[in-house]
Design a protein around this ligand. Structure first.
Ligand code: ADP
Ligand code: MG
Length: 311
């Protein structure tokens, strides 16, 4: 390797000064040190992206750096945690300086936006594999769980649904006259950090939509022992997603496609007026288990794979 492991880390990953108050010691020793303010818990999550599994070989490294961090910050957001720091484990087939420059630009650019410190990691050689562990702070007992939705809660979604899914369809060959922001939404999702923070003390349950709304809301339903009915007409679908549905009749795509990284959360009707963030009410939590969809006046069962026909 033209660069030693240590000079590689120095060159590409230590440009940013420590900026988060929780970082007592950053990169350079055997461990980093975090100081936690009184009254807070540390939220910890990790996500790995493997070439040819989570991204295509030859994917734009700057977008990859952004997305790798974004998917981890999205997990913190869905718990209502404020991101403070991350570690980065890089397995690289070779040292490609252009690739590393672009990757660290995408990664550290998003980190800077949220004052997140990169406090350590590991660098090894092997098939391209990218792992982040992200840490965030949440007031004790206030984390937004999957397990605390209650019958009668309204179900809300930040942003809009299905654009990232449409972006993936386009990459896979679907011809779209006017893709709008669909490709951008797929390649560079924005974690809903501010929304997550604004939801603590208001939402009962929350999850980020990484694998598709039907499946991810399904996790809330299972862990909370409840069911839900979604209102098709209420789903926030952008013009490009509506145009896709009109052309293909594939109306379940926005319910089953992943990568949106919006937050889906439940709020009791009494607290709904306290919501200050941009979001759309898309359904209601019910005591009968299972997920249902009301579409054209008919209520049908819905699985994580989409529509489930009456047998
Ligand atoms: P060790 O042998 O103790 O694991 P390393 O030589 O792997 O130490 O790492 C030296 C320092 O650089 C450590 O502080 C480690 O956390 C940090 N580090 C290693 N790889 C990365 C990386 N990809 N990004 C950020 N920090 C890293
Ligand atoms: Mg190491």
């Amino acid at each position: 390797m033209p660069l030693s492991e240590f000079s590689l880390i120095q060159r590409f990953f230590t440009q940013q000064p420590v900026r988060n108050a929780s970082t007592s010691l950053g990169i350079g020793d055997d461990c980093a040190l975090l100081s936690l303010p009184d009254g807070y818990e540390l939220a910890v999550t990790t996500d790995t992206m493997v070439e040819n599994v989570h991204f295509f070989a030859g994917a734009d490294p700057e977008q990859l750096g952004h997305k790798l961090l974004a998917v981890n910050l999205s997990d913190l957001a869905s718990m209502g945690a404020k991101p403070v720091s991350v570690t980065l484990a890089l397995t690289l087939p070779r040292v490609n300086e252009n690739w590393l420059t672009a990757f660290s630009k995408g990664f550290l650019g998003l980190a800077k936006r949220y004052s997140v410190d990169l406090i350590g990691g590991d660098t090894t050689s092997g098939p391209l594999t990218l792992t982040v562990q992200a840490m965030g702070l949440v007031p004790k007992g206030k984390a937004l769980l999957r397990s605390s939705a209650l019958p009668g809660d309204f179900i809300y979604l930040t942003g809009s649904l299905g654009e990232a899914g449409l972006g993936l369809k386009i990459i896979q060959g679907y011809h779209c006259e006017n893709p709008g922001t669909a490709l951008q939404r797929f390649h560079q999702p924005n974690p809903q950090v501010e929304a997550g923070l604004a939801l603590t003390g208001i939402a009962n349950a929350c999850i980020d939509v990484s694998d598709g709304l039907a499946g991810d809301l399904g996790h809330i339903l299972e862990q909370s022992n409840v069911g839900a009915c979604l209102d098709w007409e209420a789903l926030p679908l952008s013009d490009v997603v509506l145009a896709y549905i009109n052309e293909t009749n594939d109306w379940s795509m926005p319910l089953t496609a992943g990568d949106d990284y919006e937050l889906c959360f439940t709020v009791s009707p009494e607290k709904a007026a306290q919501l200050t963030i941009n979001c759309t009410k898309i359904g209601v939590i019910e005591s009968t288990p299972g997920l249902r969809l009301q579409k054209s006046g008919i209520i049908q069962p819905l699985t994580s794979k989409g529509y489930e026909h009456f047998s």
